[in-house]
Design a protein around this ligand. Sequence first.
Ligand code: MEV
Length: 318
Amino acid sequence: MPAISASAPAKIILFGEHTVVYGHPAIAAPVHEVEARVTITAQPTRSGPPEIEAPQIGLKTTLDRLQADHPIACAFQLVAEALGLDHWPAFHLRLTSSIPVASGMGSSAATAVALVRALSAFMGHPLSDSEVCALAYRLEQRHHGTPSGIDNTVITFARPIFFVRHQPVEFLTFAKPIHLLIGDTGIKGLTREAVAGVRQRWEQDPIGYGNLFQAIADLTRRAKEALMQGEMEVVGTLMTENHRLLVEMGVSSPELNRLVEAALGAGALGAKLSGGGQGGIMIALVHPQNVHQVGQALREAGAVNVLSTEVPALPPSR
Ligand code: MEV
């Protein structure tokens, strides 16, 4: 069996996180920078159970020693089922990731996608994107409660998407490339907890939260049109409005709000938290000539890391 490598990008949610869990639309995009990727290599070895190495999480073990519910063990199990395998050959799997964990950038979904791709490719049966996406979703369900499926979908297809749960995914082609800065608060935000918190508050105040959900759904639809028509000022205003509504939903944090304010003060067209919130990252839409200024403002306001990314207008050629 020849050595293989597979990888998956990080993601950002441009509009509609949280409300997407309730069947409302959301817009997400991949992050193509090398600073935000999961990469896996698999190389045959002479004998023994599969060896697994993941330096970022200090893991160096063999498959038989992993707990059955460990995300990597679950990926092996699901891929074995999908391919009808009853045993794994001897090989060494190395997983490296530059996506910060619990930051809203889809580290767990990218790991799931890259693992499913790598394992199936190594066995000589590379799964299609739709199959990879479906298996990665099952992995996300095992470890994250009630995910909407947006993370594994945008990461598998690595294209901007308009996503509505249980509906076919719609790929978006923007009128212009969009330039974003991703500011990391450095504070871990657990999506599962943030999603559970929203559910609890929604159950206590279904009318108030229903109105917030509807307002985000409406602006997400409007944002889709604006992105496809290249109306960047409108996109920015809608991002900031989405942030304000997320603050009302109780999923922001003082650190995220400080970064959003700093980005807007330095001339960003719009800014919002992105992902589960309560820590993690925020994104700012910027004119290319403002990247430096806004990046500086984010660092001064406490961002531990700032990544500049461009979502291209045309889909990448594969
Ligand atoms: C996480 O990237 C986005 C959330 O809406 C959760 C989900 O969709 O599963 C917060």
